[in-house]
Design a protein around this ligand. Structure first.
Ligand code: ADP
Ligand code: MG
Length: 231
């Protein structure tokens, strides 16, 4: 089953329930959404409202109890784990609250890693990584290790790593959650610039409403329900 090609990401009637003995926990209650090609969508909501669970489902990292996710027009329903990761690697990039960079590798090699893992030529991977590091303004830091970078720089390296495969959509879970106000703002502005310049779509979870307003559209999670303020 396919979906309209205008959407890089869509979810239909996602339900996620955890069965805790007698008591079921309803984390996603019939959530549907679309992210258009090149669109930047912010998802805001209180802690525990289900934002990370939604993002994991959209990123094919977690299977919903019911409902369907489409990535770049292709349904993820019924795919094997290998097929799911192929679809994920082809079309999606991820940025988390904590950078998850490999401490023993340079910034350049961290960014090149997704390509190296795909067994692409190491020199070509480094060349691609260098280009993306330049785009996030970190050319001068390519030989530095994560421990030698500031929090904001590490998040920019993590963004470069997400972008190196040229994903149609980047999923970011509180990418500025661990940064001070000023650094968070400049990180978010960088996301906006990448979106504008490269047409990469973004679905960004943030608890900061001011930053969310920089996106094209804001969606609100409330106790497992998604509210589109424009709908
Ligand atoms: P948010 O990212 O908005 O803070 P989460 O998606 O992380 O929220 O979690 C939403 C709810 O789902 C929380 O109440 C959390 O306790 C519950 N939850 C998440 N993972 C599990 C799990 N593996 N088992 C049971 N409950 C879970
Ligand atoms: Mg979360």
């Amino acid at each position: 089953m396919t979906e309209t090609a205008a959407h890089v990401l869509s979810a239909k009637n996602l339900v996620k329930t955890y069965d805790e003995g007698a008591q079921a926990i309803h984390v996603l209650r019939d959530v549907s959404l679309h992210v258009e090609r090149g669109e930047m969508v912010a998802i805001v909501g209180a802690s525990g409202s289900g934002k990370s669970t939604l993002l994991h489902s959209l990123g094919l990292l977690d299977e919903p109890t019911s409902g369907e996710v489409f990535v770049d027009g292709a349904s993820a329903k019924g795919l094997s784990e290998t097929q799911r990761s192929r679809l994920r690697n082809r079309s999606l990039g991820f940025v988390y609250q904590f950078h998850h960079l490999l401490p023993e590798f340079s910034a350049l090699d961290n960014v090149a890693m997704p390509l190296i893992v795909r067994r692409e030529n190491r020199n070509k991977a480094r060349e691609a990584a260098r280009a993306v590091l330049d785009q996030v303004g970190l050319s001068a830091r390519e030989h530095h290790f994560p421990g030698q970078l500031s929090g904001g720089e590490r998040q920019r390296v993590a963004l470069a790593r997400a972008l190196v495969t040229h994903p149609a959509c980047v999923l970011a879970d509180e990418p500025t959650g661990n940064l001070d106000r000023y650094t968070a703002e400049s990180m978010f502005e960088l996301l906006v610039r990448v979106n504008k310049e490269f047409g990469t779509a973004f679905a960004i979870v943030t608890h900061d409403p001011a930053l969310a307003l920089l996106a094209h559209r804001q969606l609100y999670m409330d106790k497992g329900c998604l509210v589109d303020t424009e709908a």
